[in-house]
Design a protein around this ligand. Structure first.
Ligand code: ADP
Length: 202
C-alpha cells in the first residue's frame, strides 16, 4: 500500500460513473454520502456555504465559492439580505458561474464550548435543507460548516452534522441526495468515523 495514500479517496464524482468506495448510507429513499474534494466543483443542484452573519464574504470555503461563482452571488446577497443572516440560519442565492444552480449561505456558530453550539450547528444544516424543500432542490452538497476559522472541533461537529441531515431526510424524501464534501483528509476521516457509528440511525 502506498503510505501516502492509506485509503482510497473518492475524487470528484463524474455523473454516470460508479463511485468507488464512497461511504454512503440510504435513509428512507434518500442517500447521504461523503466525498473528499472541492465543493465549488460539485454538480449537485445546490451547494452549502459556511458564511458569516454579515454575509460579507471571507476566506475558506466562502472565499472559494465567491471566487468560483463570480460577483453575481455577492450582488444578490447585498440586494436581498442587507441585514445579514443570524447564526444558525441560512439564505439562498443563485450559483453564478458555479455548476450548482443555487448556493445556501449558512451561518454556523463560532465554537464556544457551550451546549448551544451544537443546536446552532444543527440548525444551520436544517435551515439549508428547509430552503431546499421550499425551492424544489433535490440534491445538495455541504462543507464542514464551522470547522475552519470558527474552530468547531471536527470530531464534535461531524456527528452533529450527520445527525441533523439524517433526521431531516427521514421525513423529507423530496431531497434525494445529500453529499458532504470534505476538503482535507482529517475532516474526511472524522466524517467517515461519524457515519460509521450508529448515533444518527436512531
Ligand atoms: P467556518 O468559518 O464556518 O469555520 P471555513 O471556510 O473556515 O468556515 O471552514 C469550513 C470548512 O470548509 C473547513 O473544513 C475547510 O477546510 C473547508 N473548506 C475550505 N475550502 C473548501 C472547499 N473549496 N471545498 C470544501 N470545503 C472547503
Amino acid at each position: 500500500m502506498n503510505p501516502e495514500r492509506p485509503y482510497r479517496v473518492p475524487q470528484g464524482h463524474v455523473e454516470g460513473e460508479p463511485r468507488i468506495n464512497a461511504p454512503a448510507e440510504t435513509i428512507g429513499t434518500s442517500k447521504l454520502e461523503l466525498a473528499q474534494g472541492d465543493i465549488t466543483q460539485q454538480e449537485t443542484e445546490a451547494i452549502g456555504n459556511a458564511a458569516n452573519s454579515r454575509l460579507a464574504g471571507g476566506g475558506g470555503v466562502d472565499g472559494a465559492i465567491h471566487r468560483a461563482g463570480g460577483p453575481s452571488i455577492m450582488q444578490e446577497l447585498r440586494a436581498k439580505y442587507p441585514q445579514g443572516c443570524p447564526t444558525g440560519q441560512a439564505v439562498i442565492t443563485g450559483g453564478g458561474r458555479l455548476k450548482a444552480r443555487y448556493v445556501l449561505h449558512a451561518v454556523g456558530p463560532v465554537y464556544s464550548g457551550k451546549p448551544k453550539d451544537a443546536e446552532l450547528l444543527a440548525s444551520a444544516y436544517r435551515s439549508c435543507l428547509t430552503l431546499c424543500s421550499q425551492h424544489g432542490i433535490r440534491t445538495v452538497a455541504f462543507p464542514a460548516i464551522s470547522t475552519g476559522v470558527y474552530r468547531y472541533p471536527v470530531e464534535e461537529a461531524a456527528p452533529i452534522a450527520i445527525r441533523a441531515v439524517a433526521d431531516y431526510l427521514k421525513t423529507h424524501p423530496e431531497i434525494t441526495l445529500v453529499r458532504f464534501v470534505l476538503f482535507d483528509p482529517a475532516t474526511y476521516q472524522a466524517y467517515r468515523h461519524a457515519l460509521a457509528t450508529a448515533s444518527h440511525r436512531v
